[in-house]
Design a protein around this ligand. Structure first.
Ligand code: SF4
Ligand code: SF4
Length: 329
């Protein structure tokens, strides 16, 4: 019988606002605690869920697994061992944000409210959970990445305290996503220490379109903050995304403005990303991507080469590009 394996299931724990689960999809995959709101956790049961989920990853039982149809599954090799710890933790337990991107998947939860002052998560405090995860030896102390997304960190009261706790426990790698509207000295410090990658999304190259996409007039703040991070000791750790949004910024002119701007600021890595509407919520074999997306990607790639800027791709984007953009080239 064929057996399958998934690195994400083995290594990742995701603390979302409504559940604690395995991978970052938020849609499919085994769930450790549904409806988590800070309750006491039965840790034996918690551990058992991970092992039982692997039991289902075989030809016969996959049909009944929450991992069914996931492209991350691969055939299990003899050296694949189930780890008792996680080495990547997704921190995403709040939905407050100080802007309102038109593509935001969180908008239904945050009800479109734009929050300006830092406050507690509307769902649960992360710090007690983090301390407990360390106490239970569920996090790999030597080799842990904290992937902090949200909401936005600038309106999360717990942001700095949780960074401190991670550092106290010996973490060396943060991956921080932020809309970059508010400058965060702690992020600059982590960049200087070489302990963080900072990822933000601009999606355009001018103030008018920025306001249309983000629903706040903060283009200049974004640019001035980005310049400060780009001057850190590790500017290669600052990545800026261009999320392609249909009928909004899906044209070569805007992509050109964006790449030129990044080059002027000294950004060394950018990311081409396709709106999650297509990446997560569509079957692209049945509902294909708009045909011009392929051209947009190759234009993006060519400009980056010209300006000597690296392209970073999220796994799912890379998968889509390899599968759908290169077939007929
Ligand atoms: S197989 Fe897919 S759904 Fe299952 S844990 Fe891995 S990434 Fe998540
Ligand atoms: S910055 Fe992130 S959380 Fe805030 S509105 Fe945009 S996508 Fe949503």
């Amino acid at each position: 019988m064929k057996y399958y394996f998934c690195e994400e299931l083995n290594n990742v724990i995701s603390c979302f606002h409504d559940r604690i689960m395995s991978c970052c999809s938020g849609q499919i995959g085994p769930v450790y605690y549904e409806g988590y709101k800070g309750q006491k956790i039965d840790w034996d049961k918690f551990r058992e869920i991970k092992y039982k989920s692997f039991d289902f990853l075989n030809e016969k039982d996959l049909e009944n697994s929450p991992c069914k149809n996931c492209f991350f599954l691969r055939e299990r090799k003899p050296f694949d061992v189930i780890s008792p710890t996680f080495n990547l933790i997704n921190v995403s337990h709040w939905t407050h944000c100080n802007c309102g991107c038109i593509y935001c998947a969180r908008m239904t939860d945050s009800k479109g409210v734009i929050t300006t002052k830092a406050q507690k998560s509307e769902y649960y405090d992360f710090l007690p959970l983090l301390k407990e995860l360390y106490k239970q030896e569920l996090l790999d102390r030597k080799n842990l990445t904290a992937f902090i997304q949200g909401g936005d960190i600038s309106v999360l009261k717990e942001f700095e305290p949780m960074v401190k706790e991670f550092l106290k426990q010996g973490i060396k790698d943060f991956f921080i996503l932020s809309n970059n509207i508010k400058y965060q000295p702690v992020v600059k410090k982590l960049l200087d220490m070489g302990n963080a990658r900072f990822v933000t999304s601009l999606d355009c190259g001018n103030a008018g379109l920025y306001k249309k996409i983000k629903r706040v007039d903060k283009f200049n703040d974004f640019i001035s903050n980005l310049k400060k991070y780009a001057k850190s000791k590790n500017p290669d750790r600052v990545h800026v995304k261009y999320i392609v949004i249909e009928h909004i910024n899906d044209n070569k002119e805007e992509i050109t403005k964006f790449i030129n701007l990044m080059s002027d600021i000294g950004i060394k890595t950018v990311e081409f990303m396709i709106d999650n509407k297509y990446l997560l919520f569509s079957d692209l074999d049945k509902t294909p991507l708009p045909p011009h997306y392929k051209d947009l990607y190759f234009h993006f790639e060519e400009l980056c080469k010209l300006k000597n800027i690296n392209i970073n791709l999220w796994d799912r984007t890379r998968y889509v590009i390899n599968k759908y953009f290169y077939d007929n080239v």
